[in-house]
Design a protein around this ligand. Structure first.
Ligand SMILES: [Zn+2]
Length: 515
């Protein structure tokens, strides 16, 4: 028998027909994995119903994070003072030191950090796939965590050797990659498809058109409907370098999101991550419009602004209909989507004000499209559209999936919020500590402020949070010890060459930024 949960006396953020979230005093009934009623007052339907008193709480659709690398927990703290170039060797490429056990605990802790912060869906660009066992460990951890996830299996650039010379394996697609993908696609990864297979690939610019089309056809035929890639451009790669979206269009690959055989009602969705060099008036905007709603991008405000990827674009008025937000590296910043919403908001207003100041002018009003409403929507409904699930998640409605977050307004950070300013409360003030309950597919994954680890087992025993702490610390220590013996400087220079970075335009810490 399916469980029934009644969220009583809360204030829910319910979207109206125009996509505007409205703070609404109501009760919400969840039956099994579905929201089955939203009304002013709902009678308790049965003695077995679990009633949660949400007085003084905000009820929101679960947050959606459209770009994240969930495996990276052991690297947390390493990258706060890193540019993208400095991150590659000690961050991304130390994936080569992970065995499947390290992957399991790193991934589990990453997924749990997201759930703890109220995130219910993550698009995981999983560049940890050194072997089929690594992928299986990452998927198992994701399933065990309870998160809804597109596990985007990635054919990743792999380290061939750290010494005597750092070397990257030039074979982007070793012969085991596609068979592993097909095997993973052959059976559901989690009950009710809560964890679904996606595909991540950063080699598109280096493949000929026919190879790209064939690869995407294979992926589509395997049932994969989410494809993602880092869409970096700008001076790091050479000022006139095309964006990934233009590269894919030129190679005839963008028509594929509508279905390889032409328009279909079961399309593939493509997500470009970052795209922080986009110009709103560029040809890319036209591509976004042509392929709406299957072509989208994910801005990751913290990593883009702190790791030298310029600034996020998802709130720019022309790009907003195609944007969403993500965390990218929880090794470099908090995994809180409300945290990313408010950074996005601050950046968007600041960028607009800087443009005005350059003309000797200033804003007398916040202005259209730069409100908490737009920031909130980027982390909810826009994320749902980005993964093609707007009719199931991203907002609260009868018939939708029960991915719900309950945020308390009684903690020190939220005290004072209420009576209509709940939206501002979520975007401007809330943090993971305020997230009281997280329900995914109708199942509690955080309850009364504590993560629920019911599906995590170690050697047949139920795993506690203390067990997770021990395992992650041991894995982190093992990896950090191995890193001590590696020449990161030499590796960084090899990576810059392999990734075709425009080092002639790079400015070091002793460089003169005024010239
Ligand atoms: Zn990334």
């Amino acid at each position: 028998m399916s469980s029934t949960i009644l969220l009583k006396n809360g204030t829910a953020l319910v979207h109206d027909a125009n996509g505007k979230p409205i703070a609404t005093r109501c009760d919400i009934l969840i039956t099994g994995a579905t929201i089955t009623d939203i009304r002013d007052s709902i009678e308790v339907p049965s003695v077995s119903t679990e009633v949660i008193d949400c007085e003084s709480c905000i009820i929101s659709a679960g947050f959606i994070d459209t770009h994240h690398h969930l495996w990276q927990t052991a690297l947390k703290g390493l990258h706060a003072d890193h540019t993208l170039l400095e991150y590659f060797a000690p961050g991304n490429f130390t994936s080569s030191l992970y065995d499947p056990n390290d992957v399991y605990w790193g991934q589990l802790a990453g997924a749990l950090e997201a759930i703890d912060a109220g995130t219910t869906t993550v698009v995981d660009h999983s560049h940890i796939n050194y072997s089929p066992e690594h992928s299986r460990a990452a998927i198992k951890a994701t399933v065990d965590s309870g998160l809804r996830c597109f596990y985007c299996y990635c054919a990743t650039p792999r380290v061939k050797a750290w010494s005597p010379i750092f070397e990257i394996d030039q074979d982007f697609l070793p012969e085991w990659v596609i068979p592993t993908l097909l095997e993973l696609a052959s059976a559901p990864l989690a009950p009710q498809n809560r964890v679904a297979l996606g595909f991540a690939f950063d080699g598109f610019p280096y493949l000929p058109p026919a190879a790209i089309r064939s690869l995407l056809q294979t992926v589509y035929d395997a049932g994969v409907r989410i494809v993602t890639a880092h869409a970096n451009a700008g001076p790091t790669w050479g000022q006139n370098q095309q964006s990934l979206f233009e590269v894919l269009n030129d190679k005839g690959a963008l028509a594929l999101p509508h279905g390889p055989a032409g328009p279909t009602d079961d399309p593939m969705h493509f997500i470009g991550s970052h795209a922080s060099y986009l110009e709103a008036s560029s040809a890319v905007t036209t591509l976004f419009k042509d392929y709406y709603p299957t072509l989208n991008f994910s801005s990751t405000p913290t990593t883009e602004m702190t790791m030298s990827l310029t600034h996020p674009r998802a709130m720019e008025p022309e790009l907003q209909p195609h944007g969403s937000i993500g965390v990218d590296c929880h090794s470099a910043c908090s995994a809180s989507i409300p945290g990313q919403m408010r950074l996005m908001l601050a950046q968007a207003r600041s960028a607009r004000d800087a443009k005005l100041a350059a003309k000797g002018r200033w804003p007398s009003e916040v202005g259209k499209g730069l409100g908490v409403e737009e920031a909130y929507n980027l982390g909810t409904v826009s994320g749902a559209r980005t993964v093609g699930m707007e009719k199931q998640i991203g907002s609260l409605f009868v018939g939708g999936k029960a991915d719900v977050v309950v945020i308390s307004c009684d903690g020190p950070g939220m005290l004072g919020i209420g009576d209509g300013d709940e939206l501002a409360g979520v975007v401007a003030h809330s943090g993971p500590a305020d997230v009281a309950h997280v329900i995914i597919d109708g199942i509690f994954r955080k309850r009364s402020g504590h993560l629920v680890l019911d599906d995590v087992q170690t050697n047949g025993q139920k795993t506690t949070w203390e067990d997770v702490v021990k395992k992650v610390k041991a894995s982190r220590m093992k990896i950090r010890k191995e890193v001590e013996h590696l020449d990161m400087h030499a590796a960084t220079s090899q990576i810059a060459t392999a990734f075709h970075l425009n080092m002639g335009a790079a400015v070091g810490s002793d460089g003169d930024l005024n010239h």
